[in-house]
Ligand binder design. Sequence first.
Ligand code: GMT
Length: 376
Amino acid sequence: MSAPSDRPLRIGVTCYPTYGGSGIVATELGMELAARGYEIHFITYANPIRLDSGLPRIYYHEVEVASYPLFQYPPYDLALASRMVEIAEWQQLDLLHVHYVIPHATAAFLARSMLREKRRLPFVTTLHGTDITLIGSDKSYLPVTRFSIEESDGVTAISEYLRQQTYEAVRARKDIRVISNFVNCDLYRVPRQAHEGRPRLLHISNFRPVKRAPDCIRILARARESVDCELWMAGDGPDCGAAERLAFELGMHEHVRFLGKQDHIERLIPQCDVLLLPSTLESFGLAALEAMACGVVPVATRVGGLPELITHGQDGFLEEVGDTDAQAARAIELLTDRDLYNRMRRAARATAEERFCTTRIIPQYEAFYREVLGSA
Ligand code: GMT
């Protein structure tokens, strides 16, 4: 069977649906492709967050994992592979696109192998970050991570940093195409009017230790020595309690709002001025890009793929991990120097529009699918 050139592709998408940036990117990519005429079949254990299933050409197929007294660990990856096979056959899928290596690329490899005699089912794997830098580099998963990458019909990474890491930490012998994360610049917009109330810092994350969420409280405390500002913390996760406790300890609790998980982050961001991203590591930093598209200037750390997104002093600031004084000083600069702030917010929006808008990035995925189908 050759690559279908006369009709939009039918793609099966697997991601972590409820948690983290990789699921968000997978979901938004699926919706963008569906809007361009593709048929998108999400094969996941739950309905992906941010998925608008009312959209045409979007389908959701739940992966059910049967439990059995013998199974101390129910084998999700096997249930996923079986479901991929089933959906590929029923829906005549052209390819699978899996996000995050473990176990999604491994399950896709299994599905492709199971269908070998009947039909072709190539799969594309997108690397997002911790699948390489944490899980993939851990010795218990390294061999299967390397194998699953090398067996993929096509591999993409969300930044040049992550591509290099995959070669260095996982020693995968595979061509890896860098296709950056993206933002819909029509949805994420600069507000026409300034928001009401005090200047506002924002943090968005899943509050895993890698995000260093409590640093945001320290930055707020230091910034408040110079500016009467407040902090909004959006999202939920393991460090949420620690951040809240620290807010009380530092006497900041009246100046911080914990908002929990947000369905419409594009409505929240424009109500803020500065995004704080003090992470130990970010392979890309999607929250920073979404903020930039809304003209909210990021103060982030000089790690991973962030320098590929943020040009220090131009469209955001980059400081060292843990140096909350330096990060606070940048926030103060932005909140007190109107000219600087206006210049940087325009530059941030321009970066989002000119380099990372869906109109630029989605066609790169479309071309990559055709390439993979042409050569698989
Ligand atoms: O840490 C997260 O936010 C979740 C994690 C994931 O793998 O689900 O995010 C990674 O992928 C995001 C989307 O591509 C990137 O924007 C994040 O930088 C990356 N996180 C890390 O590298 C720690």
